[in-house]
Ligand binder design. Structure first.
Ligand code: ATP
Length: 321
């Protein structure tokens, strides 16, 4: 569900069409359509230098709003929050003479969150979510709330396995009302709580996103107590169990910063299950077989810790790239 008003749709641009900007006179050769939303359509195109993504808007107002957000995010030199903005112009459609506003941005190549996660377990979920939380922290630090968190807006890039946010249409200044949201990830839909643009709004959606990953086909709100339903889904999933504490914290709106959720995620994963199993065993007299099993458990725990250590190192290295 979106809160923006739509207006007239533009004509489909066929591959090979050359779009020339009315003001800057730059040429772009259309390759294919990437997608279409309520505020316009996005195409892959070639400029003289590189592949780009071009958003053709249905109206000036929504395009101007998105350009403002992209300009703000492009000011940050050291991090890539959202696609880089190259230029803004108008296109005069051949024949109809109607003017279509557009902006040209970095083409982010990769797969969306759910497709990337297909067949992958907790380790990868953690790598992706930790990066997503970093991106959100960067955005929040600059006074923005992303708002429309959903799998299609989270791209895992092919070359560096890094996470990028797409579609800044829903990005809203803190403390205002969320501009755009998708029902399944919306706190208002699940809990009937406010759609105020605040950190906890985005983090709630991150928790839902993680649940969606574990239940790609079955995530639907059931009548009754939605919070209890979501908690049960977390507890019943082997993939989500390691993240239980941070996810429930996010559902309850306990985190003031995305970085706090990240810290909890790093701290709690893989801690609960192995240690509680071992504690139970230490209270009983163990047979030799049990002792062997326990030794095996320690080895598994050691290997698991080493693996997690490697993942964290990989994550830190990716951060530095
Ligand atoms: N910079 C980009 N690089 C690669 N693909 C992109 C880029 N921007 C958008 N896309 C693709 O185009 C699709 C449509 O983008 P758009 O911004 O219109 O999102 P939407 O949520 O579908 O629309 P809206 O916000 O207008 O309702 C996206 O889902 C994505 O697949």
């Amino acid at each position: 569900m979106k809160t923006t008003n739509s207006s007239a749709k533009q004509k489909l641009l066929t591959p090979g069409t050359v779009v020339t900007g009315k003001w800057n006179r730059q040429h772009y050769s259309i390759v294919r359509k990437l997608g279409e939303g309520i505020t316009g359509a996005v195409y892959l195109a070639h400029s003289t230098e590189r592949k780009v993504a071009i958003k053709f808007g249905n109206d000036q107002m929504s395009i101007a709003q998105e350009v403002n957000v992209l300009k703000e995010l492009s000011k940050v030199q050291d991090t890539c929050l959202g696609p880089y903005l190259y230029e803004v112009d108008d296109y005069v459609e051949a024949g109809s003479k109607s003017i279509v506003p557009f902006y040209v941005m970095e083409y982010i190549q990769g797969v969306d969150f759910l497709r990337f996660m297909e067949g992958k377990g907790s380790e990868w979920l953690s790598v992706v979510v930790l990066q997503l939380l970093d991106q959100l922290q960067g955005l929040h630090d600059r006074g923005w709330i992303f708002g429309d968190i959903k799998p299609e807006n989270i791209i895992v890039t092919k070359n560096a396995t890094s996470v990028r946010l797409l579609d800044v249409g829903g990005t809203t200044k803190k403390d205002r009302a969320i501009k755009e949201y998708t029902e399944l990830y919306d706190r208002g839909y699940w809990l009937g709580e406010s759609r105020k643009a605040e950190v906890s709004y985005d983090l709630f959606s991150v928790a839902i996103l993680m649940i969606h990953c574990a239940y790609p086909q079955q995530l639907r709100k059931q009548p009754g107590k939605p919070l209890a339903q979501l908690k049960k889904m977390i507890e019943s999933s082997e993939q989500l169990k390691p993240f239980k504490k941070s996810m429930i914290g996010a559902l309850h709106g306990h985190y003031i910063q995305a970085g706090d959720m990240k810290q909890d995620l790093l701290r709690t994963q893989y801690q609960t299950e192995p240690s509680s199993t071992l504690d139970r065993h230490s209270n009983t007299r163990m047979s030799r077989a049990k002792k062997q099993k326990k030794r095996h458990g320690y080895t598994e725990l050691f290997l698991l810790m080493t693996f997690v250590g490697l993942l964290i190192t990989l994550y830190l290295v990716l951060q530095m790239l």
